[in-house]
Design a protein around this ligand. Structure first.
Ligand code: HEM
Length: 443
């Protein structure tokens, strides 16, 4: 099995030296730093970031204690940069940045629309079709661009797949992001999404200072949001309605997280041929040749589901969840005051050898029903927990199942020659970057 050690070399191509310098700095190392702090100071410590003092926890028992005490309106700190932009352009904040009764109202509508099992039947076939189009695009780009079966900026295809899937579910529209030859407008849209996440991460701290000084990072952030929303507005024009607009803003988080999970899944499968073989055998066995996959097929693929869980354990795309305490709360025997920001270090817990045997190895088998599970369910919560947990979970999981199943059906994924293990880093969400050392061979 492969080792996913943090000490392994970084694979990086196709990035300007300026970007590389920044990302090799503390932005990239945030998770490693957090892991070291927890090893040194224990599972719970306070840390000061500028004027704000946070509580950082990395123990499933403490996480459970916190979640079990959540009141009616759990709250998460918003991304300052997004709020500042939306206030500047007089746009609604979207669900992830609202709290209290206002949040509850939007959330109830979103839950009815996304999270109920019976709603799934309305979008599942769309997701299957979009996954098929994604695989066609991979094949097209491989044949057009390279002689070595790799695909330049393969992560962008995952972004396109994610946007198309979520667009279909939320507003029933296609962005046209999986067409073979993208229009200049769509190319600009895709590039703006990458820039928005990249600068959004740089603005994680002191966003208001960047805005006041009108720094280059802030200007790029504003420009990328302007482009994204202009294209989205053109598409939503047909469905102009305040509620739908708000629901659509819920997709911001969903597109980047799902796309990164797929890139990570492809990478891990390319590095672990035995796992790839087993999941392909399951897909081939359940779904006849040339048949379009359905929910019934997915329901008979336990190994595929275990693969998804293991990808999300090794690479939880939201590596640090958070809460703003709405009441004074006891955690680990300490009374933590109301309004404290609590950071829940999912990434650190998911790699904890006390919880998982061989934590840095990719072993989907550990999630199969007949295996003994001796880890706490609060260790790996990639979609969060409780009333504020991810409303897109069912959609995202269905997307990922169809995505992985379609890819292994069409291709054999192999690591490129001389490729090294790719290390994850944080760019607002956890990512492997745009370039992946994978060869896509037809089966
Ligand atoms: C693999 C993909 C995804 C992962 C790993 C993920 C993970 C998460 C996590 C960890 C949270 C915070 C939960 C908490 O605070 O306890 C969250 C919130 C959220 N996610 Fe997802 N998500 C994914 C896909 C999606 C999709 C596809 C959508 C939309 C269709 C979506 C929409 C949202 C929204 C709107 C929130 C904020 C909910 C609220 O504040 O009430 N996510 N997600």
């Amino acid at each position: 099995m492969m080792q996913n050690s943090f000490l392994s070399p970084i694979f990086k191509t196709g990035m300007s030296s300026k970007r590389r310098k920044l990302e090799n700095g503390c932005i990239r190392r945030i998770l490693q730093i957090k892991r070291r702090f927890h090893a040194k100071y224990g599972p719970m410590f306070r840390e000061r970031l500028g004027p704000v003092t946070n509580l950082s926890i990395a123990d499933p028992r403490l996480v459970e204690e916190l979640f079990r005490q959540e009141g009616k309106y759990p709250n998460r700190p918003p991304y300052d940069a997004w709020l500042l932009y939306k206030d500047m352009r007089k746009r609604t904040h979207g669900i992830s940045a609202t709290s209290g009764e206002e949040w509850r109202k939007i959330r109830t509508i979103l839950n009815n629309g996304l999270a109920r099992p019976r709603q799934a039947s309305t979008y599942v076939q769309d997701l299957s079709t979009v996954a098929g189009r994604m695989v066609n695009r991979l094949s097209y780009l491989r044949d057009r661009n390279t002689t070595d079966n790799s695909i330049p900026n393969v992560h962008r295809v995952m972004n396109s797949w994610s946007i198309e899937s979520i667009g279909k579910v939320l507003v029933g529209e296609s962005f046209g992001a999986l067409e073979h030859d993208l229009s200049p407008e769509m190319e600009g849209f895709m590039k703006s999404i990458e820039d928005m996440w990249y600068t959004g991460h740089q603005l994680m701290v002191f966003a208001n200072v960047h805005k006041r000084l009108n720094t280059k990072i802030w200007k790029t952030h504003v420009q990328s949001w302007d482009t994204i929303l202009e294209v989205a507005d053109n598409i939503f024009e047909k469905k102009r309605n305040e509620i739908e607009r708000r629901l659509a803003t819920g997709g911001e988080l969903g597109t980047a997280t799902s796309a990164n999970v797929m890139s990570m899944a492809m990478h891990l499968l390319s590095q672990n041929p035995e796992v790839q073989k087993r999941v392909r055998a399951e897909v081939d066995n359940v779904c006849g040749e040339g048949e379009e996959m359905t929910l019934d097929h997915l329901n008979n693929m336990p190994y595929l589901k275990a693969v998804k869980k293991e990808v999300l354990r090794l690479f939880p795309t939201i590596p640090t969840n958070a809460r703003v305490l709405t009441e004074d709360t006891f955690i680990g025997g300490h009374l933590i005051p109301k309004n404290t920001i609590v950071l829940l270090n999912t990434f650190t817990m998911c790699r904890d050898p006390e919880e998982f045997n061989n934590p840095d190895e990719f072993i989907p088998e550990r999630w199969l029903r007949n295996e003994v599970r001796d880890f706490s369910p609060f260790t790996s919560l990639p979609f969060g927990f409780g009333a504020r947990s991810c409303p897109g979970r069912r959609v995202a999981e269905t997307m990922i199942y169809f995505g992985i199943a379609n890819i292994v059906r069409r291709f054999e994924l192999r690591p490129t020659k001389n490729s090294t293990q790719v290390k994850p880093f944080v760019r607002t969400v956890l990512t492997l970057g745009n370039e992946l050392p994978i060869e896509f061979h037809d089966r």
